[in-house]
Structures are given as C-alpha cells and as structure tokens.
Ligand binder design. Structure first.
Ligand SMILES: N[C@@H](CCC(=O)N[C@@H](CS)C(=O)NCC(=O)O)C(=O)O
Length: 264
C-alpha cells in the first residue's frame, strides 16, 4: 500500500497499469492522490501484480469471471463489489475511468453543465497527450522510434510549431473565461476537477519532453503557466505525492525527451 494515504475508502480501488512508468496510469493516480483516496497500484505494489494487468487485457478473453468485458489496453480500474450482482467492476479507457472516479471523488464539477465541461476539457488534454505520443511514433505504435526518426522529426516540428500553441492558447482562453470563479486555478467552476489534474500532468510531461519549446512559449500563456500550473502542483495531496517516490520518473512512455525533436 502507498504510504501517504489519508482516507480509507470502501471499496478499495485497484489501478491496473504497467509498472515503473507514469504513463496513462498517472492520470488516475493523480485523482486518488489529490483527494487522499486509498488505492492499490497493483503492478507497482506487488511482484506478481503485472499478471493482473496482463489478465485484464488478455487477447483471448471475451468476458471475465465477474461479467466484465476485456480491457482493450491499460489503464484499467477494478472496483471490488461495484460490478454486476455485487461482483468486481472493471473499467478501462482513461477518460471513462476519470469520469467514474470524478463522480465518486467530487472532482467532476458542481452541476450537469460543469460535469460535461470537465469531461470535454479532460478529453482535450488527453488529445494533447496522444499527439505528444505521436511525435516519437508517427508511423507505427509497435515499431521502435529509431525506425521512424525521419517522420518523427517532421511530426514533432509541426507539433511544436502548430499544435502546441493551438492547445496552449485554447486552455489559456478557458482559464480566462473561468477566471471570475476559478481565479486562473481551475478550468471549470471554483473547485479542482479531474480536467485540472489531467491538463497539469500533460503540461508537466511536455516540459520534460520539449523543455526548450515550452520554455520559449510559457510567457505567452501566463494564466496557464504562472497561475494554473503552479497552483495545481502546490495543492495538498498532490504536492506530497509529487515529492514522493511513488511518482515515477519519465522514461520510455508517452513523454520522452529526444533532444533532436525539441526546438533547436
Ligand atoms: N485511449 C486509451 C489508450 C490506452 C493505451 O494506449 N494504453 C497503452 C499504455 S499507456 C497500452 O498499453 N497500449 C497497448 C496497445 O494499445 O496495444 C486510454 O486512454 O486509456
């Protein structure tokens, strides 16, 4: 079990994700950590935990013992007791898991409109996450970066020059529009949401993957970088987690630092 868990919740949430990297599992960890919610990070916390991750996405699986469909790919969330007939519920797809947990952990907005804005912004931040991945894997998800370097350079150049400013500019406008309630700290309303934690992690990953590009652009988006980014990472729960050894370092996941793909 993780050491800094403050609140015991029933049922115990179980994150099924690859060990060692932050990856897409990090979007799920951040909502638990921001709310002080107890969870098991199965593959990082037990030696054979990886088997549970592999089992939930087994290519031969049609339905599991508890009536859940197979996961297409990790991350997945298992919630004992919350499935059909009191069995375990297994969910997959990062935004579906975030939306489920957002409702349970009060990170999904304060009314129906806010709930859908939170989901929309989280999906947009995840689009940026996915486009970042495609800079080093523009041709084939399954092939090595080294086998698609020429295409990666073209893709990364377009990403840096056109896509990054488009996404940053969009989120700056959203923060501006929500400034009366959110004070530049929240994308929706006046409270932290899973859209905030999701966008924060993508920005943090981009700072790692494209440090020169982000540094050159930060000043153009003061709400995003001076206000929003700083305030999210300073929040109680997140601050302690980010300084802990549970926060995995970036390596060979979505956010990779290839200096040749960054601004020269
Ligand atoms: N859209 C899915 C993407 C899931 C995904 O690509 N997972 C990666 C790890 S971050 C994986 O293991 N993919 C294996 C595969 O696609 O075969 C989500 O957000 O959950």
């Amino acid at each position: 079990m993780s050491s800094a868990k403050k609140v015991r919740t029933q049922p115990p949430y179980e994150l099924l994700y690859w060990p060692v990297i932050p990856g897409r599992g990090e979007f799920i960890r951040l909502v638990f950590e921001a709310t002080g919610t107890s969870y098991k990070d199965i593959s990082n916390e037990s030696k054979d935990g990886i088997n549970a991750v592999l089992a939930c996405k087994d290519d031969k699986l049609t339905v599991d013992d508890d009536g859940n469909p197979p996961a297409f790919a990790p991350p997945a969330l298992r919630v004992p007791g919350e499935g059909k007939d009191g069995k375990s519920l297994v969910l997959y797809q990062t935004p579906a898991i975030l939306s489920y947990l957002g409702d349970k952990l009060d990170l999904a907005g304060e009314d129906e409109a806010e709930k859908h804005w939170v989901l929309s912004h989280a999906l947009t931040a995840l689009d940026l996450n996915n486009e970042t991945h495609d800079t080093h894997h523009p041709i084939s998800v399954g092939a090595y970066y080294e086998d698609q370097k020429d295409e990666a350079l073209k893709r990364a150049t377009d990403f840096r020059e056109n896509r990054i400013p488009k996404f940053f500019g969009y989120f700056e406008r959203v923060l501006k529009g929500n400034e009366p309630q959110g004070e530049g700290k929240h994308l929706v309303g006046k409270k932290l949401s899973y859209a905030d934690t999701t966008l924060w992690h993508v920005l943090n990953g981009l700072k790692f993957a494209f440090p020169k590009e982000v540094e050159a652009r930060e000043k153009d988006y003061p709400l995003l970088f001076e206000s929003f980014y700083t305030s999210v990472q300073e929040r109680s729960g997140l601050k302690e987690y980010l300084a802990s050894d549970r926060r995995q370092p970036y390596s060979n996941g979505v956010f990779r630092h290839y200096p040749e793909l960054d601004r020269q």
